[in-house]
Design a protein around this ligand. Structure first.
Ligand SMILES: Nc1ncnc2c1ncn2[C@@H]1O[C@H](COP(=O)(O)OP(=O)(O)O)[C@@H](O)[C@H]1O
Ligand SMILES: [Mg+2]
Length: 283
């Protein structure tokens, strides 16, 4: 479980608070999607929850950040990484660069945790099968496409089995099929009790897989709710966040007077079919 209370943060050598008053809770087994404009502080927030900020990057952090009731920013990084797995935004930076095969790359984080060798091998095999990268295990991490590298980066985090996962745009290099698979894996992990906070632009996938969506704007969580409520909110554009194509099409139809103005907006293909079948004005 993640609990953020009144979190504020300024990077070193700046007096500008990038985040100021962030309140957010992610329960055990819950998936919360965070959306927000570029530069709003998503990556910063991800690093705070994982203890990289201020442990590694310094700066001024106020408020409280707790993971399973442990104040994460007071833990040494080695202990924080056992609590929170962080999939960083750029998979090329997640790869250690010190290993000759994908298998070694994925096992790397486990090596100093005291997990027995046999279990390490089983865990790597399992996570590779889950993310469908078994055929890559003996390849060089440098002979991978961007999408494959992203899956390896995700595998190297999931293999740690942390109770909390923070994912910063984890599907940026993936095609629609790969993105969907990653979200299916996330759903399987949350069924097993993992809490997941995911910073993601692909709102249609969040609509399907997130329990809740939170909007980061003006340095704090400005709004949160069910995917349906957030993604049809009239203020979405003013927070520089895109809505689903179904909602956009419905708004355009409403603007043109083709559908009844008061009907709830659709956020999925099936909603949309129903909406355009039942809400036509006949014009
Ligand atoms: N190391 C840093 N030092 C100073 N400012 C930074 C640093 N990293 C990011 N920022 C600034 O913090 C703000 C939030 O950045 P970031 O968290 O990367 O946003 P997002 O992930 O939402 O695009 C931006 O204005 C960015 O320029
Ligand atoms: Mg970012």
């Amino acid at each position: 479980m993640i609990e953020l209370r009144d979190v504020a943060y300024a990077y070193p050598d700046t007096d500008h608070y990038v985040l100021d008053g962030v309140d957010l809770t992610v329960a055990r087994g819950e998936v919360v999607g965070v959306i927000g404009a570029s530069g709003v502080g998503k990556t910063t927030l991800a690093k705070i929850i994982a203890g990289f900020i201020p442990n590694v990057e310094g700066g001024t952090l106020d408020g409280s950040v707790a993971v399973d009731d442990v104040p994460i920013s007071s833990l040494p990084l080695a202990e924080a990484v056992a609590q929170v797995g962080l999939v960083i935004q750029n998979p090329f930076n997640q790869i250690s660069g010190a290993k000759f095969s994908v298998r070694e790359e994925i096992v790397f984080g486990l090596e100093n945790t005291g997990v027995p060798r046999d279990e390490m091998i089983t865990r790597v095999t399992d996570v590779a099968a889950l993310l469908r990268i078994d055929h890559l295990l003996d390849r060089s991490p440098y002979a991978l496409s961007g999408g494959q590298m992203q899956l390896v980066a995700i595998a190297s985090v999931i293999v740690m089995g942390t109770p909390v996962l923070v994912m910063d745009e984890p599907t940026s290099q993936l095609d629609p099929g790969g993105s969907r698979m990653v979200f299916d894996v996330i759903s399987a992990l949350t069924d097993a009790g993992t809490s997941v906070l995911i910073f993601e632009h692909k709102v249609e996938l969040l609509r399907e897989h997130a329990d809740r969506i939170a909007v980061l704007a003006e340095g704090r969580i400005i709004h949160e709710g069910t995917p349906r409520a957030v993604l049809t909110d009239d203020r979405l554009e003013s927070w520089s966040v895109g809505s689903t194509r179904y909602t956009r099409a419905a708004r355009a139809a409403r603007g043109a007077g083709i559908v009844h103005p008061d009907a709830a907006l659709p956020v999925s293909l099936s909603d949309s079919t129903e909406y355009f079948t039942t809400q036509r004005t006949g014009r």
